[in-house]
Design a protein around this ligand. Structure first.
Ligand code: FAD
Length: 467
């Protein structure tokens, strides 16, 4: 151990190898469900230093857990409890390397915080559209390692679609420079796509070339109250046909989810009275605000006349728009305040969501009378956060200990029966490792294991995660 620590200090400098004091910022995950113990927290400042760390760990047989903002929700970003794993924190690698406005690309270090990337693009009049509630602390490296989704996937795709190139340190400590701003490059296997979504199990992402877009002339937000999930899906179809690519966000929120926001953040304005479901629509318009408002008004007025929605409000100002988004983004925080629940980040064909929700709600209620469902998500891309909270009066920790497995069984069986996926955007990590093996085809699992063996033969990167 001493020899490894000396080699790590030689790679990144004495002060960037932390072994003492309170390391919980790196060792405890965001949900506070996984607390590990690292041999050391190592903080490189450059790609060459990352390569040095990987070589040192390879020479001494140590495992490496890469970490960005530590906002991951599946327990993949923290070390295990052995005290032998090296936690590689990329936070000091936070430079924007270059912006090519004519090519609509930006090359950044992996430790750049997402919000900083958005702001640097905006300063050039450009848009980096990846957007999620953790954007103030999650990093581009973590976003790509988890293939993050967020609120704009409907129009711009997830992190994979927003990345044109990567720089990666391999398990041998070599640097693969796959950066570059090409939108077409058919020169063999797509290595970039292997590393994206690999959750730190195949290599360390040290930089990325990202796609930028022109800023829309206007962005407008509206809330619509709907009586059922079926109405929400019909509204989505209508909004897609009326607004086409202008529809950049379509979020759904169940009333119990919003009731938690009302309870824990009573200061937040609620533009509409409670309704079984609330939809948040976002429109981006190349022509300007008046045009966007006209489209929204016509969409929502006819939806009201046709009984698709029961009420609606269009944000009159940027402040009101932020307030609407704030409601949506406060749901995970309100849930955390309310206590533990069984989380499911699932995706389904949009057309199957109403049937999935009614069948699964009924199955859970039959098995656990009084159970409460914190339903919300990115309905526009078929992604639901379908979370199960104990009935009132039942201690959350007891409910989880006794019933988490059975709840997961009911939910994931229904997901599979409706043609869905057990992980839409958060990944597998530790949390869904067993479900993955149980529910993905043996052929797919075999191919994934072969890729892991080929790229990381000594199981150096994030062992025990994903597979
Ligand atoms: P970390 O948590 O540090 O790491 C996540 C995984 O990536 C780990 O397995 C880690 O080993 C690996 N990793 C990190 N950096 C690297 C690297 N440089 N190279 C290789 N592997 C690496 N996710 C969504 O997709 N959509 C959402 O809408 C969304 N909303 C969220 C809201 C909140 C409030 C929170 C707390 C989380 C949310 N997430 C969401 C989950 C999380 O924010 C994202 O997955 C995010 O992309 C993780 O980035 P990070 O830098 O925090 O990564």
């Amino acid at each position: 151990m001493t020899a490894l620590l000396d080699a790590l200090r030689a790679a990144v400098g004495q002060r960037q190898v932390l072994t003492e004091g309170d390391l919980s910022a790196w060792e405890l995950d965001w949900r506070k469900r996984h607390r590990g113990r690292a041999l050391a927290v190592v903080r490189p400042a450059s790609t060459a230093e990352v390569a040095g760390v990987v070589k040192a760990c390879a020479a001494h047989g140590a495992a490496i857990v890469p970490q960005g903002g530590n906002t991951g929700l599946v327990g993949g970003s923290v070390p295990d409890t052995s005290g032998t794993q090296v936690l590689l924190h990329l936070g000091r690698m936070n430079a924007v390397r270059s912006i090519d406005a004519a090519n609509l690309t930006m090359t950044v270090d992996a430790g750049c915080v997402l919000q900083v990337v958005q702001e640097r693009a905006a300063a050039q009049g450009l848009l980096f559209p990846l957007s999620l509630a953790a954007e103030g602390s999650c990093t581009i490296g973590g976003n790509l390692a988890t293939n993050a989704g967020g609120t704009q996937v409907l129009r711009y795709g997830n992190a994979r679609e927003l990345c044109l190139g990567l720089e990666v340190v391999t398990a041998a400590g070599e640097v693969w420079d796959g950066l570059g701003g090409l939108r077409k490059d058919n020169t063999g296997y797509d290595l970039r796509d292997l590393f994206i979504g690999s959750e730190g199990t195949l290599g360390v992402i040290t930089a990325a070339t990202l796609k930028l877009f022109p800023q829309p002339a206007a962005v407008m937000t509206a809330l619509a109250a709907v009586a059922s999930m079926d109405h929400a899906v019909q509204l989505l179809q209508r909004a897609q046909s009326r607004l086409a690519a202008g529809l950049t966000g379509f979020e759904v929120m169940g009333d119990f989810a919003l009731s938690l926001v009302r309870k824990h953040f009573p200061q937040l304005p609620q533009p509409l009275p409670p309704s079984p479901w609330m939809v948040l629509l976002e429109q981006s318009d190349a022509e300007g605000e008046a045009h966007a408002r006209g489209l929204f008004e016509s969409l929502l007025e006819t939806a009201l006349e046709d009984g698709l929605i029961t009420d609606a409000a269009i944000a009159e100002s940027l402040e009101q728009s932020h307030a609407m988004w704030h409601l949506r983004e406060s749901i995970p925080l309100a849930q955390a305040e309310e206590g533990l629940n069984v989380k499911h980040d699932i995706s389904l064909p949009v057309s199957r969501i109403p049937a999935f929700v009614s069948a699964t709600d009924a199955a859970l209620e039959a098995a656990f009378p009084g159970v409460r469902l914190v339903d919300f998500g990115h309905l526009g891309d078929g992604n639901l956060h379908y979370n199960v909270q104990a009935s009132p009066g039942t201690a959350a920790a007891d409910f989880l200990r006794e019933h988490e497995k059975a709840v997961n069984g009911i939910v994931y069986d229904a997901v599979v029966a409706h043609g869905g996926s057990i992980s839409a955007e958060h990944g597998i990590g530790l949390l869904k490792r067993e479900e993955l093996v149980a529910r993905k085809s043996p052929v797919a699992i075999g191919l994934m294991r072969a890729i892991k063996r080929a790229l990381d033969p000594d199981n150096r990167f994030n062992p025990g995660r994903v597979l």
